[in-house]
Design a protein around this ligand. Structure first.
Ligand SMILES: Cc1cc2nc3c(=O)[nH]c(=O)nc-3n(C[C@H](O)[C@H](O)[C@H](O)COP(=O)(O)OP(=O)(O)OC[C@H]3O[C@@H](n4cnc5c(N)ncnc54)[C@H](O)[C@@H]3O)c2cc1C
Length: 450
């Protein structure tokens, strides 16, 4: 029987689900899968994006682990596509490749002052508190008043992590350095800014409710934002989720405030205009234009400019994919151009043997679950395209190992990941916690490689 030698680049949920679906699919050939991951640990943003105080979501790792541990996949960690392996290497060792490299960069925001010291990408902060090895170990949490721009779930994660008292995070898997910095944070006020109204937010009631449950943190709302226009009323009347959100907000409006040591201010109808400050002393304030409902569920500017004093600004307005050497890339959308996962070149022609799935396929929107349906669509084509697969010169599984070794790539494997996983669990157990993540990449590699 023919064997499909498949490379998957990116061991986040999208890549792992693709492997799982392919292995379980009905097909007329055998499958041998090699999963390449630039980090020494798999699971992508489930490990390095999902907030540490969301253990239920982090628990999705258990399902991903079952796939990786199924005995039918080889994991090559600490291997960066584009540096350690190239498209030509993949062509000479595999029949096809699926790129599932996700999107980790913060999307830009073109307002004056965005480059000032004290202006940060929310995604970088997420990487830091989730212990990503490629970001600095320390974070300058030295400000009392902080702005977070955005009204999506990442903005809520960032705001919650800024406002939450560090001791409430101790039972989680946050690394020790993160706990220390959060513990010393002098923050008193976190201001969240959204362009639209309270009934047009993108987060779910569950995520919103969590904000109101933070210990010693008051939620501050502005009554001016709760004058309900007809479009918002319609949304409340016809959309269950919006109704629940309005109830949560109303319950907060009725609360007594003033006793807590920290405050979370939710500012709606606030369009970012400028981050005020200077290159030496950094951020001094956040300037925004007041917007108002446009009658159709959107907003328009009112021309009224307001300013709130803050010393740091985090933009959490979305992520953006990164180009991969040798692979077509849509610079505008930050994705690999594709038709249902089949990669397309600049002339919209199929690039045989090359597929994509997950956030790099359709952009950084959607929860982990949606990477599964995504993977189904892509895998269907991989199976049907058998006639146009590559014909590799070196299909034998051991040849890719020889190649990596000949290049001096310090790759890690599945046994290595198990060793690192157990090591982290043991560190956690010794401290009465579930897990303590190992952060420095060289230490991760050393533990993995024994
Ligand atoms: C801050 C944040 C919080 C979130 N919270 C939730 C939540 O609570 N619930 C939920 O359902 N979803 C949540 N999501 C969404 C979820 O994380 C994504 O839907 C999902 O991770 C996308 O999967 P992916 O596999 O496409 O990308 P990723 O998870 O990013 O995986 C991509 C992998 O590819 C690797 N890679 C990248 N480039 C290369 C390369 N050149 N060579 C080798 N490997 C490479 C990366 O290291 C990474 O491991 C959150 C996302 C973020 C950003």
């Amino acid at each position: 029987m023919t064997t499909l030698r498949l490379a998957i680049v990116g061991a986040g949920p999208a890549g792992i689900y693709a492997a799982d679906i392919l292995l379980k699919a009905e097909k007329k050939f055998d499958v041998s899968i090699d999963l390449f991951e630039q980090l020494p640990a798999p699971y992508g943003l489930v490990r390095y994006g999902v907030a540490p105080d969301h253990p239920r979501i982090k628990g999705i790792i258990n399902a991903l682990r079952d796939v990786v541990d199924s005995g039918q996949i080889r994991l090559f960690g600490n291997v960066l596509y584009g540096r350690d392996i190239t498209l030509d290497d993949l062509k000479s060792h595999y029949n096809a490749v699926i790129f599932s490299t996700g999107a980790v960069r913060d999307a830009g925001l073109g307002i004056p002052g965005i480059e000032l010291p004290g202006s940060y990408g929310g995604g970088d902060f997420v990487s830091w508190y989730d212990g990503h090895p490629d970001v600095p170990r320390s974070w300058p949490l030295v400000h009392r008043e902080v702005a977070v721009i955005g009204n999506g779930h990442v903005a809520l994660d960032v705001s919650r992590m800024l406002a939450k008292h560090a001791d409430a995070l101790l039972p989680t898997e946050i690394p020790a350095n993160v706990y220390e910095v959060l513990k010393a944070s002098p923050v008193t006020d976190v201001h969240i800014f959204g362009r639209r109204g309270p009934y047009q937010v993108k987060f779910t009631p569950l995520e919103l409710r969590e904000l109101g449950e933070l210990d010693d943190v008051d939620i501050i709302l502005d009554e001016e934002d709760f004058v309900i226009d007809p479009a918002s009323q319609l949304a409340i009347d016809t959309n269950k989720q919006v109704l629940v959100i309005s109830r949560i907000m109303n319950s907060w409006r009725a609360r007594e405030t003033g006793a807590a040591s920290r405050r979370l201010h939710l500012h709606f109808y606030a369009k970012p205009v400028e981050i005020v400050g200077d290159p030496v002393d950094g951020v001094r304030a956040f300037r925004y234009e007041r917007t108002k409902p446009n009658g159709e569920g959107g907003v328009v500017g009112t021309g009224e400019i307001r300013e709130i004093p803050v010393q740091a600004v985090y933009r959490a307005i979305g992520y953006f994919g990164s180009p991969l050497p040798g692979i077509p890339f849509d610079e505008r959308r930050g994705v690999i151009p594709n038709r249902e996962g089949q990669v397309l070149d600049d002339d919209d022609q199929l690039v045989h043997g090359v597929y994509t799935t997950g956030w790099i396929k359709r952009g950084p929107v959607g929860l982990i679950g949606s990477t599964k349906s995504d993977a189904m669509e892509t895998v269907k084509h991989v199976i049907h395209d058998q006639a146009s697969w590559w014909s590799p010169e070196h299909p034998e599984p051991e040849t890719i190992i020889e190649l990596l070794k000949s290049r001096g790539v310090e790759y890690t494997n599945l046994a290595g990941w198990h060793a690192l996983d157990l090591h982290e669990l043991a560190l956690g157990e010794a401290a009465g916690r579930t897990r303590i993540k190992v952060v420095p990449r060289d230490e991760m590699v050393r533990i993995s490689r024994g």
